[in-house]
Design a protein around this ligand. Structure first.
Ligand SMILES: Cc1cc2nc3c(=O)[nH]c(=O)nc-3n(C[C@H](O)[C@H](O)[C@H](O)COP(=O)(O)O)c2cc1C
Ligand SMILES: [Fe+2]
Ligand SMILES: [Fe+2]
Length: 407
């Protein structure tokens, strides 16, 4: 049965959700599923904006047939060629030989790489600022390279002031009957999913996201139609989401808070971090969070690091190196161009502890990182005489939290 929901009078949502997939991009756990969004404009000409992942292609093709009701498909705008959006593109092109494929020069070359179809004579190559009028609607194409791939284009509808924003402003999670963000609770858990999606998927490309935000600032945006997650149509809420993006894109923390990330084989590093956390709590530091990096998936850890201002990293030494899950997490942060934080480091080792030095090497290779205190070295387990240095570390973190001036 077709699935088609109205976005506006003549724009339809014909995306769908996957609640079976364990990991998005075979990488990020999606316990609440994921939506793949596609939009159809039924103007004097008909325009399809992106397609969907192959997991939901059957219902998508059925919905497309239903909505077109025999009309030709005039244009397919390809904002992003990544297969979660373009896997069904070749099939739509075969079914609709009349459709002209619209995209940037890079879009065309990526389509040729991914699909064995000839688009000869049916391509409309667009560059920054080009427009396409389809009747009542005029669409402007805006380049957004590396948000999240080099070919990415976002499309602005001048009639309804809609930004079809590709992967930007998306989130994990299936759509469960509520297409619009204003119909869904948007509290810290939901925002955490927006942040986890942003940080892991486009977090590395803060500069490029900033450049897209600068272009968006010149547009009157009344609706945001991303390729994942709900549609935003309340301008004040759109502004808030854009404000969050501006923070994330400039690697500014949202919360003046502490997160403790630790690894532990036998439990002694964990014990030391619990003592540190309790000591921070006694100093009135609020909302402290602790994560065992072997237990919590790295995508959540990266999201939390993007959120908080003060981060403690405590790791066991393992084969003369950092415990593997912590090493992977730190390298992941580095790969995401992570910067601008206050950090402290604790190491543990039974004969030649060196994880602290190695963690600091990675952390100090990131931009604008402030390291608090000396690396605290634990040999097997925290000793009575180490309570004092641990408490002075807590004191230093608490004082720094007090001082931090977060806009
Ligand atoms: C596979 C393995 C390799 C280790 N390699 C080292 C090492 O190279 N240097 C060292 O000082 N300790 C090493 N250790 C010891 C742990 O770092 C040490 O016992 C630590 O106190 C464990 O802390 P935990 O109780 O938080 O797990 C290793 C432990 C394991 C299991
Ligand atoms: Fe993507
Ligand atoms: Fe995507």
């Amino acid at each position: 049965m077709h699935q088609a929901v109205k976005v506006t009078d003549d724009i339809w949502y014909l995306g769908s959700s996957d609640r079976r997939l364990a990991k998005f991009e075979n990488c990020f756990p999606i316990p609440n599923g994921i939506s793949y969004n596609s939009y159809l404009v039924l103007d004097e000409k008909t325009v399809l904006l992106d397609t969907v992942d192959k997991s939901v292609s059957s219902v998508f093709l059925e919905s497309l047939d239903y909505l077109l009701a025999g009309r030709p498909l005039d244009y397919i705008v390809v904002n992003h060629v990544e297969p979660d959006h373009a896997a069904t593109l070749a099939e739509v092109c075969l079914r609709h030989p009349e459709a002209v494929v619209v995209g940037s020069a890079k879009t065309q070359s990526l389509i040729r790489q991914f699909f064995d179809i000839s688009l000869q004579g049916r391509v409309l190559q667009v560059k920054e600022g080009d427009t396409l009028t389809t009747g009542a609607h005029t669409f402007t194409f805006i380049q957004a390279p590396m948000v999240h791939w080099p070919e990415v284009t976002v499309t602005y509808d001048q009639k309804d002031h809609i930004l079809f924003s590709a992967d930007a402003f998306g989130t994990f999670g299936a759509l469960n009957g509520n297409l619009f963000a204003d119909q869904i609770r948007m509290e810290s858990a939901e925002i955490a999913e927006y942040r986890r999606y942003y940080a892991n998927i486009v977090g590395k490309y803060g500069m490029q996201v900033q450049s897209l935000l600068n272009k968006a600032a010149g547009l009157d945006i009344e609706m945001l139609c991303p390729l994942h997650g709900p549609v935003w149509r309340v301008p004040k809420k759109i502004e808030q989401l854009i404000h969050l993006y501006a923070k994330w894109a400039t690697y500014q923390p949202e919360d003046n808070e502490v997160v403790i990330f630790y690894s532990s084989v036998y439990g002694d590093t964990e014990n030391a971090m619990q003592v540190l956390a309790d000591s921070l709590g006694e100093r009135k530091v609020r909302n402290i969070r602790m994560y065992d990096v072997s237990v919590t998936d790295a995508s959540y850890l990266v999201g939390e690091a993007f959120r908080a201002s003060h981060l403690v990293f405590a790791a066991t030494t393992y084969n003369n190196d950092i415990f593997p899950a912590m090493a992977a997490f730190l390298n992941d942060l580095k790969a995401h161009n992570f910067q601008n934080r206050t950090v402290a480091v604790v190491e543990n080792g039974s004969w030649a502890p060196c994880s602290g030095k190695k963690m600091l090497e990675i952390l100090t290779s990131m931009k604008n990182m402030t390291v608090l205190g000396q690396t605290l070295t634990i040999k097997s387990r925290l000793r009575e005489e180490q309570l004092e240095p641990l408490q002075s570390l807590a004191e230093e973190i608490a004082a720094s939290i007090d001082k931090a001036d977060l806009a």
